[in-house]
Write a protein that binds this ligand. Structure first.
Ligand SMILES: Nc1ncnc2c1ncn2[C@@H]1O[C@H](COP(=O)(O)OP(=O)(O)OP(=O)(O)O)[C@@H](O)[C@H]1O
Ligand SMILES: NC(=O)c1ccc[n+]([C@@H]2O[C@H](COP(=O)(O)O)[C@@H](O)[C@H]2O)c1
Length: 271
């Protein structure tokens, strides 16, 4: 991964990262501002996705990546973020962004480093993942000047995408990602990829050979195949979702009657 410093965004220019929501503030309350080991490179992991709803596997992805980093890489994890996709993504089963943001926040409450950044979700148009990572780079490295070492010098944080193997499989499917975005994501940032059943990572990695060195494969030592689709399916069939997603998220889903039919996009949060 290249050090992501004062470089332009994708297409050679930095977009305007201002949020259309005047109340938006970049969440940094759990961002570690000083490295524990100054010889390491600060690392910030960003998981982009629907999170409709968030599951225990989405939470576990960060634990698995964190263990992997501690065991084998010269990075120190200083922050971890969920970035729920905007409603404009229009994926099947997508609950309103305000619900998905809220559920991600509830699920992350007790996690030491996990935060939810609503920036992407609050933009009415779809934002490509390369631009989302540029936004994190801007907030952490340009606005906050990176992360401090014990002697007060600053280090640029390495921003990286955290994703499941199915997402990496889409990297080689025509028409989903532009070559420019892929190289921006993989060369400038890099990706931590959690293996997933029924995905052929080897084939994807073989085709991504020139950028393969920026992809870290995180093995699932305890295999877990929860998906939001399965959770939504269980809810629609009035089956139990206990122990698949956090209890406070289950209460929230019940409170707003989410995923019971085809009205997810219209069920508003009560004020
Ligand atoms: N069981 C799993 N194993 C590995 N990665 C996963 C798993 N479930 C989700 N992910 C990853 O989590 C990220 C967020 O995904 P997303 O919200 O689209 O989850 P999903 O559960 O796959 O959703 P859906 O079922 O609605 O397609 C993606 O990178 C996805 O690959
Ligand atoms: N070209 C792109 O930037 C691109 C393409 C496909 C998916 N994605 C992202 O991947 C994440 C997961 O997407 P799916 O839920 O469709 O697997 C979403 O955050 C989405 O924005 C980005």
């Amino acid at each position: 991964m290249a050090g992501n410093g004062e470089q332009p965004g994708v297409n050679g220019h930095k977009p305007d990262f201002t949020s259309p929501d005047p109340s938006y503030k970049f969440p940094d309350h759990k961002l570690r501002t000083q490295l524990r080991d100054s010889s390491k490179t600060p690392l910030v992991l960003v998981a982009c996705g629907s999170f409709s709803p968030i599951t225990y596997l989405h939470l576990r992805m960060f634990e698995m990546a964190s263990d992997f980093v501690k065991a084998s890489l010269p990075f120190e994890l200083v922050g971890a973020y969920f970035s729920p996709v905007s409603d404009a993504y229009r994926k099947n089963g997508l609950a309103l962004a305000q619900h998905r943001i809220e559920m991600c926040k509830m699920a992350s409450e007790s996690a030491a480093q996990l935060m939810v950044d609503p920036w992407e979700a609050l933009i009415p148009e779809y934002t490509r993942t390369a631009t989302v990572l540029d936004h994190f780079d801007h907030e952490i490295n340009d606005v906050r000047g990176g992360i401090s070492t014990a002697d007060g010098t600053r280090k640029k944080a390495q921003i990286a995408l955290l994703a499941g193997a199915d997402l990496i499989e889409t990297f080689i499917s025509p028409g989903i990602w532009s070559d420019e975005d892929l190289s921006h994501i993989l060369v400038r940032y890099g990706a931590f990829v959690v293996e997933r059943s029924d995905t052929d990572l080897d084939q994807a990695l073989a085709q991504l050979k020139q950028t393969k060195e920026h992809i870290y494969i995180v093995r699932q030592l305890v295999k877990n195949d929860i998906s939001s689709t399965k959770v939504r399916d269980f809810i629609s069939k009035d089956m139990s979702i206990n122990y698949l997603i956090p209890p406070n998220v289950i209460s929230y889903i019940n409170q707003y009657d989410l995923y019971k039919g085809h009205h997810e996009m219209t069920s508003r949060v009560q004020s």
